[in-house]
Ligand binder design. Structure first.
Ligand code: FMN
Length: 190
């Protein structure tokens, strides 16, 4: 346990997964106890050790993990101040929208706190796919807050909608919300 506000980061597996490491690092520097959930997709792009290095905590990489105190690790989000999924891939968005629990991220999301965010990142054609649109709508209707995607350079080498919002902007949005809700003390103006 810690007195720091807890932030759980569910990491998807895609071209923007490297940005999740930067986000986790920034969030720790901002004063959060950062826990990461990393499924098979995320692990294909970034090693768990990267998250251990920047958060000081070992990521959860299985749906069958148990904390040292005996609590099932997938219930950790329940006590967090906020839960954020980034990059939110088309696959993860579908799992979240349908309540699946077959990977650490979707399973953790089932006990996520009130403040839940997802940061989509995918090719523009995927973003416009009707099933993706429907799943995004389902999440928003269920109270998930969407951050992005932005229009900008995609991994495919052209500019279009689908680029993940930059980590510092995602963090700023979450911190602002937590300050407004008095979960975090408001910072003094410069
Ligand atoms: C090089 C490469 C890049 C990919 N980038 C993305 C992406 O940006 N967005 C996306 O939705 N899927 C992307 N995918 C497909 C996902 O990696 C795949 O659907 C994966 O199963 C998602 O895992 P997750 O559910 O853990 O996020 C990419 C696949 C490859 C091989």
């Amino acid at each position: 346990m810690t007195d720091l506000p807890e932030l759980v980061v569910g990491v998807g597996g895609g071209a923007a997964t490297f940005k999740a490491v930067a986000f986790a690092s920034l969030a720790r520097q901002a004063g959060f106890a950062v826990h990461t959930l990393l499924g098979r997709g995320g692990r294909a792009f970034v090693r768990p050790l990267s998250f251990t290095a920047v958060t000081g905590r070992t990521p959860i990489t299985t749906t069958l993990a148990v904390d040292p105190d005996g609590t099932a690790s997938h219930l950790r989000p329940a006590r967090a101040a906020a839960f954020v999924v980034l990059p939110a891939t088309g696959d993860l968005i579908a799992k979240l929208a349908h309540g699946h629990g077959d990977c650490p991220v979707s399973l953790g999301a089932l006990s996520a706190p009130e403040r839940r965010y997802f940061c989509p990142a995918m090719n523009d054609r995927m973003w416009k796919n009707p099933f993706v649109r429907e799943n995004v709508g389902r999440l928003e209707q269920a109270g998930w807050q969407r951050i992005g995607p932005e229009t900008g350079p995609l991994a495919e080498g052209y500019e279009a909608i689908g680029r993940m919002t930059e980590p510092q902007d995602v963090l700023r949005r979450i911190v602002q919300d937590l300050e407004a809700a008095r979960v975090l003390p408001a910072r003094k103006a410069d």
